[in-house]
Design a protein around this ligand. Sequence first.
Ligand SMILES: *[C@@H]1O[C@H](CO)[C@@H](O)[C@H](O)[C@H]1NC(C)=O
Length: 318
Amino acid sequence: MNGGNHSVVSEFFLLGLTSSREIQIFLFLFFTVFYVASMLGNILIMLTIISDHRLHFPMYFLLANLSFIDTGVSSIATPKMIYDLFRKHKVISLKGCITQMFFIHTVGGTEMVLLIVMAYDRYIAICKPLYYLNIMSLRMCTSFTAVAWTIGLIHSVAQLAFVVNLPFCGPNKIDSFYCDFPRFIKLACTDTYRLEFLVTANSGFISMGTFFILMVSYIFILVTVCKHSSAGPSKALSTLTAHVTVVVFFFGPCIIVYVWPFPTLPIDKFLAIFDALITPFMNPVIYTFRNKDMKVAMRRLFLKALNFSEIFPQRILF
Ligand SMILES: *[C@@H]1O[C@H](CO)[C@@H](O)[C@H](O)[C@H]1NC(C)=O
């Protein structure tokens, strides 16, 4: 493995987050709770929206899509990280590494575009309510989601295409709990300066661009709400504050990981926890669980489930 121009590296060692036993135990509990909670929350949202015809509107389809993406986001690196926490040798194969990067960037890129679509949806609903049904038809909504997935896929493949054939011959330690371009590229035994620039340009551009567009659209919405309503502003302000918080949590780490001029910061592996775990958990809380119609629909779903068990009384007895 060490040196030798001709030896080939086929697996990498992840150094993980920490080697302290106490912190590992804490992280294990913390990650497990957040992971299970975000999976349950997002699956509940999808079930509620899909099963309730009263919620078959563009806004709710977008929320269901966001939840679907969030189950993906939290499942790419987190289960392996939890499984690896107490292991001394955290190994990942070259193929596993590339697969992780592919999914992280496909799903991450899609989520960014979807957040823009959702902001646009709110903008039309609040600023041009009379045209809402014309502009955000179901057909339009489906096209938007298709576009989001296409952009995510192109974004991901465009970066992977440059790294799949990189030669690896020596260093094989990744100081993180998952594989991503900045650290991965650094291990290749070739001049990687142009690749690093490419990743910064691609991932950095998409995260900064999306962040900027979202902020501008939130400001637009806020200004419109303040101008046209006397009772609305404080409620709108609290909603928007919640959105901006999530957006900062989601994009802050991305921007630091990709746009920060190399060398990579040691802290960014901890920041990545926000994207891998915290935002998929917070999205349902911010976007969906505060919504009145969603709360009503979830209550209906629970009641339906209860009635279902009354048809089979033995399930209640035992
Ligand atoms: C995503 O949105 C489309 C419509 O735009 C909808 O048909 C589909 O069911 C949604 N996906 C999920 C998982 O809810």
